[in-house]
Design a protein around this ligand. Structure first.
Ligand code: GLY
Length: 426
């Protein structure tokens, strides 16, 4: 089948790696891709906000499946665009409608959806410029810490956790009155802070049925032991030891099933991945957030553990046949460690040559590229998160050690990585 994968990060390299293993894949295009995805297929220079250009390419190349990696084109309505064009109707499109993508694109929408379907989540209120003064009074009486979320997409930066009322009110003013996150923070969701341990659960749905993919836990802080600034993700592990069958049963019954049923009952078209950002509070799962795509860097451990053919899953989803599918996961642990540029998540330099990249790191490891580019015949750093080293192991500890061994010889100037990924589970 003729495949087009959209995106250019580590997630997309992991998806491209998995798609390229399918017997059905021929050829695989990745737009715009990165030097890593170029090892799995053909990169195409398409702008993901230019829907006409994507459509033209699909028609010219007779694309049969489109898999969308990042959220932005989905939130902006790429699915609806495809459905509105006669000549694109036959393409299997993996990604939700604009309405479905609101689960990620609007925190307020997601909260209201969970409320309507009795899906466990933190209690909340939402405020806009019209209810600003009421919001300030609400914050003054809110227990600490206080979680505030910009309603819209804010490049992963729209959540702030405030430790004092003064800080909360100042942040609230910045978000609503001074548009700290642009239009995304014109509406703010204020939530109760939940104490527990987080995990990421992924489902692929056809809008009615679903399959659950291997779960993962990511590490968002820059420093060891989860200290310092938030990042796009410094590493991930799968499986998650506390995601026992009993816990996952609660996740499925209380969260996954009601979410998919809710989408179906409300007539929201959704063929694609749902990422449930969850927290385990004393053994009870609650939803922190939904995303309408796979996670990054979680995909870099989920895809290596997924034994099913990904094209087979995508076609089953598109044909509304996921009830016929059983997901198989590799029993081994997988760990990914993200190598980032010095200074990230603040400012950093780019353009450093990455040495030690090869097409063979041994059977246990693979390198997924993220912020990289080709320059003068070399692969150089081109972002904050530069590449991820994923390894298998019989335990999380063994997989971490193997990834760290690889990180001894794949290198660039100023490279930093956390040495404690999976530390709670060793
Ligand atoms: N790892 C979190 C995310 O992809 O949003």
């Amino acid at each position: 089948m003729r495949i087009l994968l959209l995106g250019s990060g580590g997630r997309e390299h992991a998806l491209a790696w998995k798609l390229s293993q399918s017997v059905w894949t021929n050829p695989l295009f990745i737009a715009p891709g990165n030097p890593g995805t170029a090892q799995c297929g053909t990169n195409v220079n398409l702008d993901l906000s230019d829907f006409d250009a994507i459509a033209k390419f699909c028609i010219y190349e007779q694309i049969e499946i489109v898999v969308v990696g990042p959220e932005e084109p989905l939130v902006n309505g790429l699915y609806d665009y495809f459905k509105s064009k006669e000549e694109l109707q036959s393409i299997h499109f993996i990604g939700p409608s604009k309405e479905g993508a609101k689960l990620e694109g609007s925190k307020s929408y997601a909260k209201a959806f969970m409320k309507r379907h009795n899906i466990p989540t933190a209690s909340y209120r939402e405020f806009t410029v019209e209810t600003y003064e009421e919001g300030v009074q609400y914050l003054k009486n809110h227990p600490l810490p206080i979680v505030m979320k910009a309603d819209g997409l804010a490049a992963g930066k729209g959540v702030v956790i405030c430790q004092s009322h003064v800080e909360a009110i100042a942040e609230f003013e910045l978000m609503i009155q001074r548009a700290k996150f642009g239009d995304a923070s014109r509406k703010v969701v204020v939530e109760a802070f939940l104490t527990g341990i987080e995990l990421s659960v992924f489902a692929l749905t056809d809008g009615k049925n679903y399959v659950i993919l291997p779960e993962a836990k990511d590490y968002k802080r820059i420093g060891e032991a989860d200290t310092g600034l938030m990042t796009g993700g410094m590493g991930a592990v799968s499986p998650v030891p506390f995601a026992t069958p009993g816990f996952m049963h609660k996740v499925e019954e209380r969260i996954i099933k009601p979410t998919v049923d809710g989408l179906f009952k409300e007539g929201i078209e959704y063929t694609g991945f749902i990422f449930f950002g969850l927290i385990n509070v004393n053994g009870e799962p609650l939803v922190i957030e939904y995303n309408c795509r796979m996670g990054d860097p979680e995909t870099e451990v989920v895809m290596p553990r997924l034994e099913n053919d990904l094209i087979g899953l995508c076609v089953a989803a598109s044909q509304k046949e996921l009830h016929l599918v059983k997901v198989q996961a590799d029993k081994r642990a997988a760990v990914t460690i993200v190598a980032v540029s010095k200074g990230y998540p603040g400012s950093y330099e780019k353009g450093f040559e990455i040495t030690g990249l090869t097409d063979n790191y041994g059977k246990q490891s693979m390198v997924f590229q993220a912020g990289t580019k080709q320059k003068d015949g070399q692969i150089v750093s081109n972002g904050g998160r530069v590449f991820c080293v994923t390894s298998y192991g019989s335990t999380i500890e063994e997989a971490v050690d193997t990834s760290q061994d690889v990180l001894q010889y794949v290198h660039f100037n100023g490279m930093y990585f956390r040495t404690d990924i999976g530390y709670e589970f060793k």
